[in-house]
Design a protein around this ligand. Structure first.
Ligand code: COA
Length: 164
């Protein structure tokens, strides 16, 4: 690490449970990272469902709270699923995705899930790197699953990780 890098203070984020009151913040993060954004109401109604839960990375600063990323998941009948995850581009590659996923995995286990699943675009190198590092393995494929803004289609990989 360079000397200037060493002395630059990294923003300090803490991970909090995502409450229905935070639906707007999660929707804003989602909008910034996904071409098909989910709106406040969608986040609010998902978070109102018992099996759905999430986490938010928040930093307190002089100018108030800054949200760095979020994860939304669902756990039911012994299985869990990551519904969506996004980290603000300004704070990428600083470990927030990892910490949010760790929180989601821990909560899934607490809720009795024995395995957790997710879907990821085959071409999403950052997300695939994160999931591989967390021990997710490919268990299936859905061809032409995602539609790009230009009408192109891409493959979704279905991934699974054991929680026992
Ligand atoms: C995927 C995403 C959540 C990762 O968040 P992040 O906070 O940047 O990830 P982290 O800093 O915690 O990275 C953890 C590990 O993931 C992998 N990783 C993250 N970004 C990567 C990249 N651009 N290329 C390759 N591997 C990457 C690395 O193994 C990394 O560990 P390392 O930094 O020690 O090498 C973020 O890039 C994002 O929000 N992308 C847009 C939304 C999205 O695609 N969501 C997933 C949909 S399925």
């Amino acid at each position: 690490m360079s000397l200037s890098g060493y002395f630059t203070r990294k923003p300090v984020f803490d991970i909090f449970p995502l409450e229905t009151a935070d639906a707007g913040m999660a929707a804003a993060l989602h909008r910034a990272r996904f071409s098909r954004p989910w709106n406040d109401g969608e986040f609010h109604s998902l978070l109102s469902q018992d099996p759905v839960y999430g986490f938010l990375a928040l930093k307190e600063g002089a100018l108030g709270r800054t949200a760095g990323g979020f994860v939304l998941a669902r756990a039911a009948a012994g299985e869990a699923e990551i519904l969506t995850i996004g980290v603000d581009q300004r704070f990428e590659r600083a470990g927030l995705g990892w910490r949010l996923m760790q929180a989601a995995l821990r909560e899934a286990r607490m809720r009795g899930a024995e395995a957790i699943f997710l879907e990821v675009d085959e071409g999403n190198i950052a997300a695939r790197g994160l999931y591989a590092k967390l021990g997710f393995a490919k268990v299936g494929e859905r061809k032409a699953y995602y539609a790009g803004a230009d009408g192109s289609r891409s493959t979704a990989l279905v991934m699974r990780r054991d929680l026992r």
